[in-house]
Design a protein around this ligand. Structure first.
Ligand code: SAH
Length: 255
């Protein structure tokens, strides 16, 4: 059986308990070496074959999985963050299904969660935004028409840009073109969230490009944008003494 496992954003203790258990039981591990913290491989039994997929093709990865299956091994396919985001797991799952190889998926802590914790910030801040847009700038993988950053930016929502740190200047241009963000809309670049090398650079849309350039940030970073990074917000209704809900009545003086 093949287990797709989210490795978390970097810190080895941010893998889930289930992910850690599956690593400990694996007959082989195939990990995305460009981003997965190699310390996680220590959770596998000593001597477990661990293959770095960074230099492999999809076909080579699938061949390893198939060979593992023939030996009766459990294969852990370790993807960074949560496998459902930019993980290229669909093509693997489809082929496994075709070949009759069973698989399951264990979620992970995505880097956009790790980045919020690093700041620390709350994406869904009342009075600022109640929506999070996870997207990217087009690279070698195009972004469908209609999802261009300038179109998404029209919402003024909280946004996390993956795979785009090397294009910060152009990202800022498109974000401003959407019309809802301003030059002084707060932004952040979070480099290697939850790793020992973690760095947080707070800036605005006006200074996003130069912030990335000055600090030589080209990869393993997220660009965060939105008023959730600012100081203007309303407190939550949930914990408001004047507000009743299923678990609590409003305090006497507010009724
Ligand atoms: N599945 C992953 C994303 C993989 S795409 C997840 O859920 O996080 C790779 C991109 O993720 C990188 O280009 C970068 O934008 C982001 N990323 C991954 N790990 C990161 C980290 N620790 N800190 C900041 N960004 C990270």
């Amino acid at each position: 059986m093949v287990h797709f496992v989210g490795a978390g954003p970097g810190a080895p203790d941010l893998i889930t308990l289930r992910g850690a258990r599956l690593l400990g039981e694996a007959g082989q591990v195939i990990y995305a070496g460009s981003l997965v913290n190699p310390e996680l491989l220590e959770l596998a039994r000593p001597g477990t074959p661990c293959h770095d997929s960074a230099s492999m093709t999809l076909e080579e990865v699938l061949a390893l999985m198939e060979a593992g299956e023939e030996r009766g091994w459990d294969t852990v396919r370790l993807h960074t963050g949560d496998p459902s985001l930019y993980g290229a797991i669909r093509e693997q799952m489809d082929t496994l299904r075709e070949r009759g190889i069973p698989f399951d998926v264990t979620p992970g802590v995505s880097s956009f969660s790790g980045a919020a914790a690093a700041i620390p910030a709350e994406y869904t801040l009342p009075g600022a935004s109640q929506t999070v847009i996870l997207t990217r700038m087009p690279g070698r993988t195009p972004v469908p028409e209609g999802e261009d950053l300038s179109a998404l930016a029209a919402h003024g929502a909280s946004m996390a840009l993956f795979l785009s740190a090397g294009m910060a200047e152009e990202a800022a241009r498109r974000l401003l073109a959407g019309g809802a963000y301003r030059l002084d809309t707060p932004a952040a670049i979070v480099y290697k969230a939850t790793w020992p090398e973690e760095r947080v650079f707070l800036c605005t849309l006006a200074t996003l490009g130069e912030t990335a350039e000055k600090n030589h940030i080209t990869k393993t970073a997220l660009i965060l944008v939105g008023d959730f990074l600012g100081n203007d917000y309303r407190r939550s209704a949930l914990y408001d003494p004047a507000f009743s809900h299923g678990f609590r009545r409003a305090k006497e003086e507010f009724r």
